[in-house]
Design a protein around this ligand. Structure first.
Ligand code: AMP
Length: 284
């Protein structure tokens, strides 16, 4: 696995590997991450390895997508384990820039997917999706992948990036992989490392809330307000869980739905102590 910190060197290496030995274009898949890798991240790598001739990954804790009072400084960093995992999984190129190389002095450009960026996490984390869209467009322009892999875990991020790809005519397929969970149902997240053993039962409230909504939906309920009330009741009954939002929205526009049905996204964000966790259920 070749490792790059310099954007231009990474760009040239991707360009070289996108050409096969016979000079033909071959598919390159990109897996952007913030590191502290777990099975959720590795499912994206595996999906790319199954389809693309070349898999590139990035590890970058992107300062642009963190608010001033968020966990940028304490975000888990596990460089050696991450490199070993990516290497073992057959990743050919790893891009791990520094904030200074990604955003040199004078950097002022931003990508704003207006409308979508103010919804769900964008409402509670102003500027978050602008930071995400900006860094992902940079990664897309550097790697020029045929496909880029993202997790359903960050459903709003998927909606924002799909819109960006469509609006800017990017010739990149966004591939979305299912949420990978711990055995107890907790969605895997690098931030789960913040949870103490005592906080873990409260963290399970997120997936329990979604399962309750799913059960009510399976029972025939389609009124989003009544479905959300079922979820709210679980949140309220879970000590130590402080709700940020619980919403029923269209998975593409992220706008609230009048009636739940296929492509309705039930999304939850909640705090357990200082740790902010997200989860969702997409009606298929
Ligand atoms: P992050 O490192 O948190 O920025 O995540 C990098 C990518 O991994 C994003 O596309 C996430 O949606 C995806 N991801 C994170 N957690 C999971 C999970 N539990 N299951 C599937 N994908 C995930």
């Amino acid at each position: 696995m070749q490792i790059f910190t310099d954007p231009r060197a990474f760009q040239l290496a991707c360009r070289a590997l996108r050409r096969s030995a016979t000079g033909e274009e071959q598919p390159l898949g990109l897996v952007p991450t913030m590191g502290a890798l777990h099975a959720g991240h590795m499912s994206l790598v595996a999906a790319s390895r199954a389809r693309d001739a070349v898999t590139a990954a990035s590890i970058f804790v992107n300062p642009l997508q963190f608010g001033p009072r968020e966990d940028l400084a304490t975000y888990p960093r596990r460089w050696e384990q991450d490199v070993a995992q990516l290497e073992a999984a057959g990743v050919a190129l790893l891009f791990a820039p520094t904030p200074e190389t990604m955003y040199p002095p004078g950097f002022t450009t931003a990508v704003e997917v207006t409308g979508l960026s103010e919804r769900l996490c964008g409402a509670s984390r102003p500027g978050h999706f602008r930071g995400v869209a900006t860094v992902v467009l940079k990664l897309f322009l550097l790697a020029a992948p045929q496909r880029a892999y993202f997790g359903q875990k960050d459903a709003a991020q998927v909606a924002v990036l799909r819109r960006m790809v469509r609006d800017l005519n990017l010739d990149i397929e966004i591939v979305v992989q299912p949420i990978v969970r711990e055995a107890d149902g907790l969605a895997m997240s690098s931030r789960n490392a913040y949870l103490s053993a005592a906080e873990r039962p409260a963290a399970l409230g997120l997936s329990r809330t979604l399962r309750a909504i799913e059960a009510a939906y399976a029972g025939g309920e389609r009124d989003p307000q009544r479905l959300l009330a079922v979820g709210d009741a679980v949140v309220t009954a879970t000590p130590g869980l402080r709700l940020d939002y619980l919403a029923a929205v269209d998975a593409d526009s992220l706008a609230p739905v009048a009636c739940a049905g296929p492509n309705t996204l039930f999304a939850i964000a909640a705090f357990v102590g200082k740790t902010r966790l997200i989860d969702n259920w997409l009606v298929s």
